[in-house]
Each structure stands twice: as structure tokens, then as C-alpha cells.
Design a protein around this ligand. Structure first.
Ligand code: AMP
Ligand code: GLY
Length: 433
């Protein structure tokens, strides 16, 4: 089979890596990919939001199956367009991807189908939004309706901050069209976890649980980022909690989507806050999470292509997932200045040594090969904010953490930074029990 994977992050390198293990796969293309994917796949210089060019490429190269990484392509309707052209593609339709593409859509869905989430109201009018704010007080969470590159959620501690957020989103249009409407919601306290599942619209199979680390610095300080690390499994997701999430969140969501006329097929990612009143949905994503995928896929046994085909044939009920019991920890190495401005094109050293370590996988994210020395990693350059994802696997979480950091310490580029506490929460929880 010829496979096309769309995207260029660590998630896509992990997907390419996993797909390459399938004996059924003969060739993999990654559009646009990174230096890491170019070692296993053929990188194709087409961006993830250029649907016409991706479609043309897939037709011309007789791609048997396309797997979509980032939300932007799904929300633009890549799945509908590929299917209309008779091509196999894995992911939800444009209508179904609204679950991630519009916060107002997903919040209204949760309210209508009684899926536990934070209380909220949505507004187009800044005056009404501010009046509501006065009523409910702070802390409060303000969210732009549409996609805002992970920056559209503002946690406001004071009324001034909240008013400014409303002003910026609704009046100054700091997120463009994505800010035509805002959701103002209750601030939830607790610990977060990520539950990803495979679904064909009827059967839902949750993957091993994971936890992201969204803040830039240790102890969850600093700005929100795309994710500075993750681990799997997340000890907070006990069997009982997962049963609750399955019956009160996952199943009702899939049923609700079908009832609304958007049968959901692909990956459904549910970000939850485990509050003292039980788990509540923070967000839905219509795709694999990043960086969760980098520590989930190395634990998934078996052939991912078989699972995807069962989903496309609506026969997921006949699938079972098997997991490596050993935990995995993913540490993100970011460029100096990230999540603010940062330099690109800096030389990365130590990758070969890191890769040689046992129980370590080096996934690339924002990297590119120096074109003057193609096909070697001797001149690998930074090309983004989140640059590398180093995964450690171990018999227990402590060993997984140690393996990941041992590799991280071998890698260097100017200004790099990473959190030193990835996995610590899981370790503490396990030591307490
Ligand atoms: P979202 O894109 O909706 O997941 O929001 C990004 C991050 O903001 C989440 O991972 C949480 O850390 C935080 N967040 C979102 N909504 C809330 C909420 N209602 N209460 C507390 N934190 C939240
Ligand atoms: N890890 C959060 C996300 O993928 O959106």
C-alpha cells in the first residue's frame, strides 16, 4: 500500500514511524514532513492546508490511504473532497470536524446532550459579553469560537483581564474570523487528562490514556504552549474514571454527532478536567493529539493500518487494541523564546548519540535537513518552535523519565529549552499509592 500522511510535526513523525512497521505498506509520503519523516518517508513539499494540491498528488501517485494529522485540513473539508474523488482517507468529515473547529458548536452539543462540561454562554456582542462577565465574576475562561493556533483560550484572573480579552477577540479581531463569537465559561479546577479514541461512528475504542503539559515551564508555570511533553498511561485515569468517561462522554458524543447529522469517523480526542465533581470536557479535538501521540503510538501493539481500515469499513467492532504495559514519556525540546518569537535554522547536534540509546525514540517536529548535505542528520537544523520530541520507555514511569532525559541531555542547539518535570505528576501519584 502507498500511504500519504499529512502534517509536519512530531505527531506526524510518530505516525510515519508506526505506519512504516506495517508489512502491508510499501511506500510512505509525508506532506510536508520534517527532517525525521524524511528518513522513513518521502517528503512532499505541499502544506497541510493546500487541499487541491494534496488531492492532485494523491490521485497522480495512486495513494491507497491518506492519514490526516492537523485539524486545519479536516476543518477545510479534506476528507469530503478526497472521498468525492474516490480516494480513501482517514478522519472526520468537514461537518464532523466542527467539534474542534467551533467551540460554540461543541459547547452547544454538550449542553443539548447533557455531556459534562463547564457552564458557559456564548456572545457576539461585546457589551452583552461584558455584562455577563460582571454577573459571574472571575476567574473565568474566555475562548474564541474558531481555530486560533492554540492561543484562543484565555484564563482570566481579574475582570480587567477578562474585559481586555473580550475587547481583543470581538472588537480588535485579534484572531480574525475565529473571534466573531466568544464562549465565556466557568473556570474548572483539577487535573487534566487526554483520552483519545478510535471510532467508526458506532464502536468506540479508547486508546491508552495520556497527560499533556501545556505550560511552558516547570510546575505548570508560564504561557500555554502547543504542549511541552506528555506521558502515557496517566495514573489519574483509573478504570472507574475511564468507564465513566466512556458512558457519560464518549458514547453520548458519538451518538449526539450522528443525531445532528454528522456521523463521526476517525480519532476523537477528549481533553478532560478531573474535578471534584467528576470529569468534565475541556475540549474536543478531531485528530491525534500532539504530543500525546508520540507516547501513545509506541505503546500500541499491532498494525495501525488494520485498525484504520476497520474504521473505514465501519467494522471497528471486530478490532481489539493491545498495549505495551511499559509507560512512555515524551519530552519536547523547544526553541529559545518559544512560545513567543524564536530563531530558526540553528544546527542541532547529538541526535545520532541520542538515537543509539536503548528504550529511546527521537521524533522530530520543527526540523529540516540542510539541503547542502541531504539525507544525513549531521546537519539537521531547527525549523519551528517545538523542535524535537524525545520519548523514553521504561518498566516503570521513573525508568521512562530517566531514559527520556538521558537522551535529551545529549542533544544541543543554541537557546534550546525543555521542561525538567515531565512525568513528575504521574511519579508522585504512583509513589502515593
Ligand atoms: P482548550 O483549547 O479548550 O483545551 O483550552 C486549552 C487549555 O486551557 C486547557 O488544556 C486547559 O488547561 C485550559 N482550560 C480550558 N478551559 C478551561 C476551563 N473551563 N477551566 C480551566 N482551565 C481551562
Ligand atoms: N495536546 C493538545 C492538542 O493536541 O491539541
Amino acid at each position: 500500500m502507498k500511504i500519504l500522511i499529512i502534517g509536519s510535526g512530531g505527531r506526524e513523525h510518530a505516525l510515519v514511524w508506526k505506519v512504516a512497521q506495517s508489512p502491508r505498506v510499501s511506500e510512505i509520503f509525508c506532506a510536508p514532513g520534517n527532517a525525521g519523516t524524511s528518513q522513513i518517508a518521502v517528503n512532499v513539499n505541499i502544506q497541510a492546508d493546500n487541499i487541491p494540491a494534496l488531492l492532485e498528488f494523491a490521485k497522480k501517485n495512486k495513494i491507497d490511504l491518506t492519514i490526516v494529522g492537523p485539524e486545519v485540513a479536516l476543518i477545510l473539508g479534506i476528507v469530503d473532497q478526497f472521498k468525492a474523488a474516490g480516494l480513501k482517507i482517514f478522519g472526520p468529515s468537514k461537518g464532523a470536524a466542527q467539534i474542534e473547529g467551533s467551540k460554540v458548536f461543541s459547547k452547544n452539543l454538550m449542553r443539548k446532550y447533557k455531556i459534562p462540561t463547564a457552564d458557559y454562554l456564548s456572545f457576539k456582542d461585546p457589551k452583552e459579553a461584558k455584562a455577563f462577565l460582571k454577573k459571574i465574576g472571575t476567574p473565568v475562561v474566555i475562548k474564541a469560537d474558531g481555530l486560533a493556533a492554540g492561543k484562543g483560550v484565555l484564563i482570566c484572573k481579574t475582570e480587567d483581564e477578562a474585559e481586555l480579552a473580550i475587547e481583543n477577540i470581538l472588537c480588535k479581531k485579534s484572531f480574525g474570523e475565529a473571534g466573531n463569537e466568544v464562549v465565556i465559561e466557568e473556570f474548572l479546577c483539577g487535573e487534566e487528562a487526554s483520552i483519545l479514541c478510535f471510532t467508526d461512528g458506532t464502536t468506540i475504542i479508547p486508546m491508552a490514556s495520556a497527560q499533556d503539559h501545556k505550560r511552558a515551564f516547570d510546575n505548570d508555570e508560564g504561557l500555554n504552549t502547543g504542549g511541552m511533553g506528555a506521558y502515557s498511561p496517566a495514573p489519574i485515569v483509573t478504570k472507574e474514571l475511564l468507564n465513566y468517561v466512556d458512558s457519560q462522554i464518549l458514547k453520548p458524543t458519538i451518538t449526539a454527532m450522528e443525531q445532528e447529522g454528522y456521523k463521526y469517523s476517525g480519532i476523537l480526542y477528549v481533553g478532560i478536567m478531573v474535578t471534584k465533581d467528576g470529569p468534565k470536557v475541556l475540549e474536543y479535538n478531531a485528530r491525534f493529539g500532539d504530543p500525546e501521540t508520540q507516547c501513545i503510538l509506541p505503546r500500541l501493539k499491532g498494525d495501525i493500518i488494520d485498525i484504520i481500515e476497520k474504521i473505514l469499513d465501519e467494522k471497528l467492532t471486530s478490532a481489539t487494541l493491545e498495549w505495551d504495559p511499559r509507560p512512555a514519556v515524551c519530552v519536547v525540546i523547544a526553541a529559545g523564546g518559544y512560545p513567543g518569537t524564536y530563531k530558526k535554522g540553528l544546527e542541532i547536534t547529538g541526535l545520532d548519540k541520542a538515537r543509539e540509546l536503548d528504550d529511546v525514540i527521537v521524533f522530530h517536529a520543527g526540523t529540516k535537513l540542510d539541503s547542502s548535505k541531504e539525507k544525513t542528520e549531521t546537519r539537521c537544523l531547527t525549523n519551528g518552535g517545538r523542535v524535537l520530541n524525545i520519548v523514553g520507555i521504561g518498566d516503570d514511569i521513573k525508568a521512562a523519565i530517566d531514559h527520556a532525559y538521558k537522551a535529551v541531555e545529549l542533544i544541543h542547539f543554541e537557546g534550546m529549552h525543555y521542561r525538567k518535570d515531565i512525568g513528575k505528576k504521574a511519579l508522585i501519584k504512583i509513589l502515593k499509592t
